[in-house]
Design a protein around this ligand. Structure first.
Ligand SMILES: C[S@@+](CC[C@H](N)C(=O)[O-])C[C@H]1O[C@@H](n2cnc3c(N)ncnc32)[C@H](O)[C@@H]1O
Length: 216
């Protein structure tokens, strides 16, 4: 995602659907970008995201920011929540200065990770999960239809690494908010379906993502 964003050291950038600030923390660790602004509809998630200079609790379909105020805008793993992603990408382009970069990333349509979310997580959480996922071409088409120029995309298999199967279980229970009564056996079968496997000194869960960037 950060490779797509190509943040300069002084770029003020917007992280949409920021959650707990994972992307901005990675940018800071890698010395990329200037001040980051985090925006999410969840006050609870943003409350724990101290990495941002400014936090805005808002719906990403109608952003509380002026036109062209940011050098770049990103939206990681959040567009699958929205029925009309054109609205969100249109807002990202509106608040990004001409020539700046907008980048979106999400789970790849048709991948084992997408099935895990929309079948297993859907069944074992109170809120359920009905994500709308895209392949590279579908994502790029959305970005271009919203007004982005020269959209470019890639698919990546991102390995999540764990110390053991127990760590993978705990992480997924917490991240996805699985009901406490969800049996370990069912979770194990679902994670094995995604491809959880032991390698030399770690366990990896392959998570298929697509990333698309374009110029405002
Ligand atoms: C899977 S999390 C991803 C968080 C973060 N980008 C990351 O990669 O760790 C999806 C985020 O989208 C946010 N979100 C969902 N619908 C939203 C909306 N309508 N407006 C703003 N944020 C929204 C959720 O609150 C959540 O924080």
């Amino acid at each position: 995602m950060l490779e797509c964003l190509r943040l300069s050291a002084d770029t003020r950038w917007l992280d949409l659907g920021a959650g707990g600030g994972f992307l901005a923390e990675a940018a800071r660790e890698e010395g990329q970008g200037g001040a980051a602004v985090g925006c999410d509809e969840s006050e609870a998630f943003l409350a724990g995201a101290s990495v941002y200079g400014l936090r805005a609790v808002a719906d990403y379909r109608r952003l509380p920011f002026a036109d062209a105020g940011f050098g770049a805008a990103a939206c990681l793993a959040a567009l699958h929540h929205v029925e009309d992603p054109l609205l969100v990408v249109g807002e990202m382009l509106r608040v990004t200065a001409p020539g700046g970069t907008v980048a979106v990333g999400d789970v790849r349509r048709g991948s084992p990770a997408a099935e895990f979310l929309n079948v297993f997580v859907d069944e074992h959480t109170d809120l359920g999960h009905r994500g709308r996922f895209y392949d590279v071409d579908g994502f790029a088409e959305i970005v271009e239809r919203a007004g982005g120029r020269d959209a470019r995309g890639t698919a990546h298999r991102v390995p999540w690494t764990f110390g053991g199967r127990g760590d993978a279980r705990r992480f997924c229970r917490d991240l996805f908010g699985l009901r406490p009564g969800t049996p370990n056996g069912e979770l194990d079968r679902a994670l094995d379906g995604v491809g959880l496997a032991e390698s030399d000194d770690a366990w990896t869960l392959p998570w298929d993502m697509v990333f698309v960037s374009a110029r405002a």
